[in-house]
Design a protein around this ligand. Sequence first.
Ligand code: EPU
Length: 417
Amino acid sequence: MLAVCRRTEKLVGSVDISGSKNAALPVLSACLLTDDKCVIRNMPDLEDVRIMFALLRKMGKTVKFENNRAEVTGQLRHGALPEKLVRKLRASVLVMGPVLARLKEGSFALPGGCALGERPIDIHLLGLKAMGAAYSILRGRMIFKRNVLKGAHIKFSFPSVGATENLLLAAAAASGRTVIENASVEPEIADLCLFLKAMGADITRTGSVYTVKGKARLGGADFAVMPDRIEAGTFILAAASVGGSARVDSANPSHLGALLSKLRAAGVKISQKENSVTVNSPKKIKPVNIVTGPYPAFPTDLQPLWAVCMMRASGRSQIRDKIFPARFMYVDELKRLGASMVLKNAVLRINTSRLSGTNIYACDLRAAAAMIIAGLMAEGETRVYELKHLFRGYENFFGKLRKLGANVSMERIREEK
Ligand code: EPU
């Protein structure tokens, strides 16, 4: 599939945000901690979520999914992750914690790097090791045997979102008390903790330190996933970039502090209510620099979308990504549209740019969304290929953009003659 985008003068109206992908994935993994029924509402209908369903099914679970409601039942039987699925979904590493805590053994294919750069899992493994896990590597797989996970005191070298989730999942069902220091505090992790507590887990957090008292048995729960703050940020930035006035509903503005304050600094008018954000984008906006970092700093996932927005600012701005310093693969594609950007020493400098449409290729999920929005700002027609990345993490992206008046459609790729 490809996206066909034409210049759009403004975005107007309102759009509803779906459940959070990055909260849904660890919550699904937490379902492995019990054989009781778990019901998860507001589950986004996404490719990544469907891959996680496939993983759960491979391990013995039954998953039903209808109208954004997932029901997970059945027994956890196997702890072996097939390489094909692991390669498709990095978040598949999140099943390690629950599988080891419950089955005491497992065999997991090694995850690879990805378009965001190198993505090691050493922090996950050091934490699991501190809890008593040991593994050997055989034919590209980590083999864990006879591991009895016990509570431990763990201090992360860097606050990793995935490692925090993995260790919380393991600690919730391990014996004894686990303390995780210098951990991540992203809202998606707070959502996971809410779900775990609903299952009966004992978790407290003070600053960046979590204390977990392991429970021998956790039960089922009925839970609604939080709104996707990155999807909300994407539509807020779409309106700020294209222009116009749009209301983003079913969002939680308190999760978007860094983005909203940067937009206000750029001169974009923002008003917020408890569950919505309204954006009014003026004709001219000011250049504003950002540095991404762990929450509550500016999120790395919105960095490519910020770059697109800053192309219409009057003056030069810059971006440094402290989470994924190499997350600039999209720059060369935006340059094909006429983007005036220079990447030097891991800092991206963005100048005011006049864009004109051509064919470009998405390299990852957030870059795909950023390129489509750039296509709405460009003169003429922009065709964005490799849409498979977009479907991993945005539900009904085209329907939502069109509801705001965007001139965008999806087409099947015809074979070249
Ligand atoms: N890192 C290590 N060792 C580890 C783990 C992480 O060196 O063991 C490094 C990573 O290479 C990276 C940094 O630490 O440079 C942060 O990685 P983190 O573990 O925090 O990220 P993640 O859990 O792999 C999640 C999101 C990403 C989001 C990042 C940062 C999910 C499923 N994924 O990834 O989301 O960019 O946190 O906020 O929650 C996306 O949705 O498009 C996406 C990529």
